[in-house]
Design a protein around this ligand. Structure first.
Ligand SMILES: Cc1cc2nc3c(=O)[nH]c(=O)nc-3n(C[C@H](O)[C@H](O)[C@H](O)COP(=O)(O)O)c2cc1C
Length: 340
């Protein structure tokens, strides 16, 4: 079986350039990142501020795929040209965002029930964009039949991949992923397919690999935010700990760290990652409030596998000052154990 390609899911507000840069300095095993969506705008409104998150000077060093959300072919193509000028050769089109205000404007998953509109947009975009295109989809707004009806349209275009999150938009992030529907879509698609959804632990990943041995690309979202060691664990597990450890070990040695030592202390690694992310936000955001907003969102996921994470998060949520925040984090991390 091929070594899987692991892709960090775009998570708007969370997997920012600050998060991505800190992540690759502290964790291994991830192959590609997809940046959170940028809304398409007219050519006159494209500027470095809008593209800040994906400017070459802000990338982590891993291959990055920018993502666009929109339903206007001219705007999309102009953004693709701007991103191509920055050096990007591949973009992703968000056809999965489930939020109602976006859906109502027929953007994100709101386009899934309209195959003719998607067809017309893809026709223009694929013809005029200088970048290769992939799409990220859900099963539909309310029913998987919407994706199934869209697949003949997708098959007409040379898309580099179709990332499928097998939930409907109405499900948001609740309920189960529908692996039968994913399987059906995978068989109908004549394009490379990437699986995304609920890869929260090694056991689920291994079950997916067994059921879908031909899938090599996997996108990890909340599971990786909660357990940033997950890509290491997946790759380590696949090579029964030997080849991957050797590889990770040599990387760690090259960076002056002791991988085996570090592995023993997951909490210390989380603390170092946290400190770097915090300094990064402190250096660009003004005042305690915005920094605390970012860090509280970070802990929504990052506290899950800490033995005292729940109590820490409860306390953190009420904090209004950065100094109090730091004291709480230090106090809890000093006593925390990693429980994934
Ligand atoms: C807070 C949040 C922000 C998200 N932002 C984006 C986004 O910008 N673009 C996108 O395609 N999906 C976005 N998603 C969806 C994720 O990329 C992913 O598809 C979803 O979380 C399911 O994967 P998971 O079960 O591994 O988390 C977001 C999800 C969450 C919870």
């Amino acid at each position: 079986m091929n070594m899987p390609i692991l892709i960090q899911a775009p998570m708007r507000g969370i997997t920012t350039m600050h998060y991505r840069k800190a992540f690759v300095r502290h964790f291994q095993g991830l192959d590609i990142e997809m940046a959170p969506f940028i809304s398409t705008v007219g050519a006159d409104r494209i500027n470095p501020r809008l593209l800040n998150d994906v400017l070459p000077e802000n990338i982590s060093g891993l291959p990055l795929i920018p993502q666009l959300i929109g339903n206007n072919a001219d705007d999309f193509v102009q953004m693709a040209i701007a991103l191509h000028e920055l050096g990007y050769t591949e973009l992703n089109w968000n056809l999965g965002c489930p939020h109602k205000p976006i859906r109502k404007k027929r953007r994100g998953s709101g386009l899934l029930p309209y195959p003719d509109t998607v067809d017309a947009l893809l026709d223009q975009i694929c013809d005029r964009s200088p970048c290769k295109l992939s799409v990220k989809v859900r099963l539909g707004v309310s029913d998987k039949s919407e994706l199934m009806a869209l697949i003949p349209v997708l098959n007409k275009y040379p898309l580099s991949e179709v990332v499928i999150h097998p939930r409907t938009a109405e499900q948001m992030y609740d309920g189960n992923v529908d692996l039968d529907a994913f399987e059906e879509a995978f068989h109908l698609l004549e394009l490379p397919v990437c699986y995304n959804g609920d890869i929260n632990n090694l056991a689920f990943f291994q079950a997916l690999r067994q059921r879908f041995p031909d899938i090599v690309r996997f996108m990890l979202g909340r599971g990786l935010l909660a357990n940033p060691f997950l890509c290491e664990q997946i790759k380590d597990g696949l090579t029964q700990g030997r080849e991957a450890t050797k590889h990770l070990d040599s990387d760690a040695r090259a960076s002056g760290a002791s991988w085996l030592g570090a592995r023993k202390n997951y909490v210390e690694r989380i603390a170092a990652f946290h400190d770097e992310l915090l300094s990064s936000y402190v250096s660009v955001l003004h005042g305690d409030h915005p920094v605390l907003g970012k860090m509280k969102e970070f802990w929504t996921y990052q506290s899950i596998h800490l033995s005292n994470g729940r109590q820490m998060f409860k306390k953190l949520k009420k904090t209004q000052r950065l100094s109090t925040y730091k004291a709480i984090v230090d106090e809890f991390l000093a006593k925390a154990e990693w429980v994934a």
